[in-house]
Write a protein that binds this ligand. Structure first.
Ligand SMILES: NC(=O)c1ccc[n+]([C@@H]2O[C@H](COP(=O)([O-])OP(=O)(O)OC[C@H]3O[C@@H](n4cnc5c(N)ncnc54)[C@H](OP(=O)(O)O)[C@@H]3O)[C@@H](O)[C@H]2O)c1
Length: 329
């Protein structure tokens, strides 16, 4: 495993981060424990979770993932850099979601309670709440940092112009500044290369992309010949969202070209897809995910290889069209 600094901070993170959103729904607690152990054994010291996880859950089990992660971290919390997120819907009231001062101050305490820790290393806005004034959100996050409940703050799923504005406001108001972005990024979704990644590089932000396998489509295990099998693409509303993103003829034909290229280069598709994300110089750490421990091995292997430049160029070429498109799809 390699390690590097998260953006311009002094915080060292592993170049692969373990995502946890399958824990507590797709994967039971015992399986989740084996996934975390496998990642830790490979040198992963960076875990990402969120208050709304597990993926596919309804309100009755939101928070379950944080509880599972917290239980596993008991006695070894200091060996890991722990990131979580807020903004998603956590309860029935209209103030149980979003980036208001009221919700964020409730949400951090609830996350810390579930995680069984006094602090998280990175506290992220899961998405952009445009109904709350940016200054209110930044002030709430500043309180969270100054009270020691989070060491650093970051954002996820922000458009570049909104993040640029937020950085400007935190500088003007002398408030804690976002140090990282967590965008979706993979061979089938490259729009962030145009504005977000250049902004992150100019501003010295850490970049920790999620979804490096496009939810598993880039493994090549899915066929476009009927309903998706049990797994990511069949998880109720969440599964439908992933189908809307990737389950299309165009994406399947790119995956076929990708499979062919990986075969010729003699690199496992999963390893190649994650290594391709890591090969972007703006990327700090790729967030990998699994529903079973054995799935992790091919993703973990990405930390140990460098893509041959000609192979990398081929992958860039065959996915070039995904640099463009609807930024919010
Ligand atoms: N900020 C956000 O909005 C956001 C959004 C999504 C994710 N995330 C974070 O990023 C993490 C990773 O995202 P992701 O899970 O979408 O990543 P991903 O790498 O695109 O997809 C992982 C999924 O692919 C399948 N898979 C993985 N390795 C495989 C293998 N070797 N063979 C066959 N199938 C394999 C598994 O799904 P199946 O077993 O179901 O097929 C697994 O759960 C999450 O856990 C979460 O922490 C953040």
């Amino acid at each position: 495993m390699e390690y590097c600094k998260l953006g311009r901070t002094g915080l060292t993170v592993s170049r692969l981060c373990l995502g946890t959103m399958t824990f507590g729904f797709q994967s039971d607690e015992e399986t989740a424990g084996r996934i975390m152990q496998r990642a830790a054994d490979a040198g992963v010291t960076f875990f990402d979770t969120a208050d709304v996880y597990p993926l596919g859950a309804d309100l009755s089990i939101v928070g379950r993932t944080e509880e599972i992660v917290g239980a596993w971290l008991k006695g070894r919390r200091n060996n890991f850099v722990l990131a979580t997120k807020a903004v998603g819907k956590m309860g029935p009231s209209s103030w149980d979601e979003g980036a208001s001062r009221k919700h964020l101050l409730d949400a951090i305490d609830a996350s810390l309670h579930r995680l069984g820790t006094d602090y998280v290393d990175l506290y992220q806005l899961h998405s952009d709440d445009r109904e709350t004034p940016l200054d209110e959100t930044l002030e709430a996050l500043d309180i969270i940092v100054r009270s020691g409940r989070a060491r650093y703050i970051g954002v996820s799923n922000f458009l570049a112009y909104r993040l640029a504005r937020a950085l400007g406001r935190s500088d003007a108001l002398r408030l804690a500044r976002f140090v990282s972005v967590q965008p979706r990024y993979n061979l089938l979704f490259r729009q962030i290369e145009r504005e977000l990644l250049p902004l992150a590089q100019e501003e010295g932000l850490g970049v920790i992309p999620y979804n490096p396998l496009a939810g598993g489509l880039l493994t090549g295990k899915h066929k476009n010949d009927g309903a998706p099998p049990q797994g990511r693409f069949s998880l109720g509303a969440a599964g439908q969202m992933y189908q809307d993103r990737y389950w299309h003829e165009r994406e399947f034909s790119t995956v076929a070209a990708f499979q062919q290229a990986t075969q010729e280069a003699n690199v496992a598709p999963v390893t190649a897809a994650v290594a391709w994300v890591l090969a972007n110089p703006a990327v700090t750490s790729a967030i990998i995910g699994a529903s079973r421990p054995e799935q992790l091995d091919a993703s973990l292997a990405a930390a140990d290889i460098r893509l041959d430049p000609a192979f990398k160029a081929k992958l860039d070429d065959l996915s070039h069209e995904y640099r463009f498109g609807d930024a919010l799809r």
